[in-house]
Design a protein around this ligand. Structure first.
Ligand SMILES: [Zn+2]
Ligand SMILES: [Zn+2]
Length: 129
């Protein structure tokens, strides 16, 4: 019997949170920088949100020691959480902080990684935000 050795899938990068394959590894640190740039319009948000994100990043880096992956953006090797899971975390933090709905909507305009529309963008459709 012939065996096909080439049918093994490529090693995939899996998100530490949802275990889905990450096709565009962008580290949470790079996303945080972008979120920080966006949030400069809202000084209160920077003050409250960014420290929470940094804390999350430290935990993520501690947790994922063996599966660190090269980030497409900064070329650092870091633990990877997929952009969806990370932005969902940020979105939930924003809700916990009871930010203005306008800010929530704006966040989704800039950082919507919910491409299948099964996650947080549903909340917008349902009028939750
Ligand atoms: Zn994920
Ligand atoms: Zn990065």
């Amino acid at each position: 019997m012939l065996k096909h050795f080439n049918t093994q899938p490529e090693p995939q990068i899996l998100c530490d949170v949802c275990s889905e394959a990450v096709s565009n590894p962008i580290c949470p640190s790079c996303l945080t920088n972008e979120i920080e740039a966006w949030a400069t319009l809202y000084p209160d948000l920077i003050k409250n949100l960014i420290p929470r994100l940094r804390q999350y990043l430290n935990q993520a880096d501690d947790r994922i020691v063996f599966e660190a992956t090269l980030c497409l953006k900064c070329n650092e090797t870091r633990g990877i959480v997929c952009p969806y899971c990370f932005t969902e975390f940020v979105f939930n933090e924003l809700k916990r902080m009871k930010v203005n709905k306008i800010i929530l909507k704006e966040f989704l305009e800039f950082f919507n990684f919910d491409f299948d529309h099964n996650g947080y963008s549903n909340e917008e459709k349902l009028g939750v935000i």
